[in-house]
Design a protein around this ligand. Structure first.
Ligand code: UTP
Length: 301
């Protein structure tokens, strides 16, 4: 039986330049999908998979994330006084238990790999989950929960993947597909942002990982890679020389909320999945789509 996965790392120290000016003073992880911050969805996914300790690697201007996962006593009192019990219990249920969060700072955004390395002292010598907060999955069972079966069977390292097109492979880390079983497949190679002719498959790494602690020793000496940043994929390639990596195809859909189109699509998809607002929202969408189609038809006449 492999060692249990108790801790999850959330790297939230990036600059979020693609969302400027929105992210000048607000971290991109606090932008909302419907009425909840992006980071809340990802923390909920980790909790549902049995994670007990939540490690945030933050940076300047990110302290609001810490506040979000803390008690807001005045707010709770005001809700109680006004009899808003549903809102109050929703707030309370989303709060991680006392002592279950840790925060450390990445002092300069040197890359995702470097952000993960910054969590080494808090994670210690045990396997851990890594969740990229800007990748938000929509599924009946969360992505990290889906990965646990492969981890229980094979141990080692597990990566969630999804399919993309040959035209898009240059945007992602891409894996090679080896022997398969009911839980996933053996990863034969990993390439960061390959051009389409050198991509081993169309399966891209979609932002969820279970990693063994030996990754920290490799990250310590990892040189900068693509985009001049210290890349987690490069360190995983090093670790794959001595440890197994299993790929799990996520049964669901991931929205890349680091891109504007992905973030907007996530808002539409999650709003349509919410019974409390879906009927009104669908009517609004129909109006917008109808108006756009009418303008297009007029232009074509
Ligand atoms: P991204 O590259 O998508 O985030 O990193 P970014 O740099 O904030 O975005 P843009 O391109 O400038 O808009 C993926 C995840 O890794 C974190 C980010 O916060 C994001 O959650 N990250 C990235 C760090 O924590 N530190 C880094 O140095 C880089």
């Amino acid at each position: 039986m492999p060692r249990p996965i108790r801790k999850a790392v959330f790297p939230v120290a990036g600059l979020g330049t693609r969302f400027l000016p929105a992210t000048k003073a607000i971290p991109k992880e606090m932008l909302t999908i419907v009425d909840r911050p992006v980071i809340q969805y990802v923390v909920d996914e980790a909790r549902a998979a049995g994670i007990e300790h939540f490690v945030f690697v933050t940076g300047r201007n990110k302290s609001v994330i810490e506040d979000h996962f803390d008690n807001q006593i005045e707010l709770e009192m005001a809700l109680a006084e006004r009899g808003k019990d549903d809102a109050l219990s929703a707030l309370r249920s989303e709060l991680p238990p006392a002592g279950a969060t840790s925060y450390t700072r990445q002092q300069a955004p040197l890359g995702l790999g470097h952000a993960v390395w910054c969590a080494r002292e808090i994670v210690g010598d045990e396997p851990f989950a890594l969740l990229l907060p800007d990748m938000v999955g929509q599924a009946e069972t969360g992505c990290l929960s889906q990965m646990m079966a492969a981890y229980e069977k094979h141990g080692g390292n597990v990566i969630a993947v999804e399919e993309t097109t040959a035209e898009q492979v240059h945007r992602y880390g891409i894996v090679g597909v080896g022997e398969k079983d009911e839980t996933g497949f053996e990863i034969t190679e990993m390439v960061e942002k390959p051009d389409r002719d050198n991509a081993p498959s169309n399966f891209y790494i979609s932002g969820r990982y279970i990693l063994q602690p030996e990754i920290f020793g490799i990250l310590e000496h990892q040189a900068s890679g693509a985009d001049g940043e210290i890349q987690i994929t490069d360190a995983m390639i090093g670790l794959a020389q001595s440890q197994r990596f299993t790929g799990v195809r996520f049964d669901g859909r991931t929205f890349d909320c680091g891109s504007k189109a992905g973030f907007l699509a996530a808002n539409v998809a999650f709003a349509l999945a919410r019974p409390d607002i879906a009927p009104d929202f669908r009517a609004e969408l129909d109006k917008i789509i109808g108006a756009v189609a009418a303008t297009r038809n007029k232009a074509a006449e």
